[in-house]
Design a protein around this ligand. Structure first.
Ligand SMILES: Nc1ncnc2c1ncn2[C@@H]1O[C@H](COP(=O)(O)OP(=O)(O)OP(=O)(O)O)[C@@H](O)[C@H]1O
Length: 373
């Protein structure tokens, strides 16, 4: 999979830019705050219809404007595609080859990307919410129905939480209403959890072998799923549903007291262990960074396995943070098979001689100049 052209209109600090990006490696070079990450964010938006930096779409529209448009030409195994995303204060609309997509959740997956940025360290070091977001974004790219379950689950969760908070949930006359929400919560919740469990099992296989390669065989990475409803091995959705319902019954009194839903995938977490030790508590900064890198490289392979095509790799200012060995490992991975977009303040850290088909773009104050190839 490849992005061959990229156009931005009134996006972040870009009034208008049109780029030919039909190269294996595209490098955006520029000083700080010139708009390099904005370009990667635009590609990420075209893939996932969400920014990796903000949940407020308003921030993406150029100041003083009301409408931003992103578009890209993509080259895929089964034909080329023209993608377009319109962003206004009222919402977003996606088009594929000019045809408006009924639902954004059905559009996601048309372009697959893997982004690796300094903030990814937070997947290991940060709060459980960061890890759940990582899981959700990655699974949604390869399983569009996952996003549907997630959206439905959150709708039920909000209603159920409001009800628990209101104090009306104590009344026995309201029990039938609670029973309906419990069933919906367990239905969508068990779908989400079985998907997460399957995804993590596959991610583990890839990440463990990649991590071993990066560390020269000295470290064994294990990824664990910590679901809020106990799972025994690979679970059937129906078995999990029953257990979810039992857990909700058991938690009833506590939920009424606390005024919140205490069971379900909104409380899931992930664990990372290096040679048997928890990377969150005991990992060095370098080990945590390598763990995040292994996860991202594993995702590349996993997307290929699930979709039959390699995703586009977006590297936001990360090469300079890696030592020579890890940098080489990263470059070797994407060199032959993955189209890559890199942002950097200078090319000194990048061993250009190891790359072929590279294009340099100079980014300055919302304008992009192409260096002749
Ligand atoms: N909605 C917006 N409208 C106009 N300009 C914006 C908007 N949002 C952000 N910017 C501008 O975009 C610039 C930041 O761009 P970006 O984050 O891509 O920087 P960068 O080149 O990646 O920098 P660094 O190397 O520091 O990460 C800033 O100058 C900021 O003021």
């Amino acid at each position: 999979m490849k992005v061959s052209t990229l156009s931005l209109r009134n996006y972040r600090n870009y009034p208008a830019v049109d780029l030919a990006t039909d190269h294996r490696v595209n490098v955006f070079i520029g000083q700080n705050a010139q708009g390099k990450t904005n370009l990667l964010e635009a590609i990420y938006m075209l893939a996932l219809t969400k920014s990796h930096r903000t949940s407020k779409d308003k921030e993406l529209i150029r100041w003083g404007e009301t409408h931003a448009v992103l578009s890209a030409g993509t080259v895929r195994k089964y034909g080329d595609c023209r993608l377009q995303l319109d962003i206004t204060n009222q919402g977003k609309k996606a088009r594929v080859n000019g045809l408006e997509q009924r639902k954004l959740s059905e559009y996601i997956g048309t372009l697959n990307v893997v982004l690796f940025a300094p903030e990814d360290l937070e997947i290991v070091k940060g709060s459980p919410g960061v890890r759940r977001r990582f899981l959700d974004m990655e699974i949604a790219q390869v399983h569009p129905s996952y996003l549907h379950s997630l959206n439905q689950y959150h709708k039920v969760l909000v209603q159920r939480n409001n009800f628990l908070k209101s104090g009306n949930a104590h009344k026995s006359t309201n029990e039938p209403l609670m029973a309906v929400w419990n069933e919906q919560l367990a239905t969508y919740g068990s779908k989400i959890m079985t998907r997460r469990q399957g995804f993590i099992a596959k991610l583990q296989t890839w990440a463990e072998s990649i991590h071993r390669g990066i560390t020269g065989g000295s470290e064994r990475l294990e990824i664990g799923y910590l679901p809020s409803v106990e799972m025994q091995g690979m679970e059937e959705e129906t078995v999990l549903f029953d257990r979810f319902m039992i857990k909700l019954t058991q938690a009833k009194e506590q939920e009424l007291r606390r005024g919140a839903t205490l069971v379900g995938p909104h409380r899931d977490d992930l664990s990372f262990r290096i040679n048997g030790k928890d990377a969150y508590s005991f990992g060095s900064q370098g080990q945590q960074r390598t763990t995040a890198l292994s996860l991202k490289l594993a995702e590349i392979e996993l997307i290929q396995q699930e979709t039959g095509e390699y995703p586009v790799l977006l590297l936001d200012d990360v090469l300079s943070e890696l030592d020579r060995h890890r940098q080489t490992q990263l470059i070797e991975t994407f060199r032959s098979k993955v189209q890559t977009f890199i942002t950097t303040t200078g090319v000194e850290g990048i061993r250009m001689e190891t790359l072929d088909d590279v294009k340099l773009f100079h980014v300055s104050e919302g304008a992009v100049g192409e260096e002749p190839s």
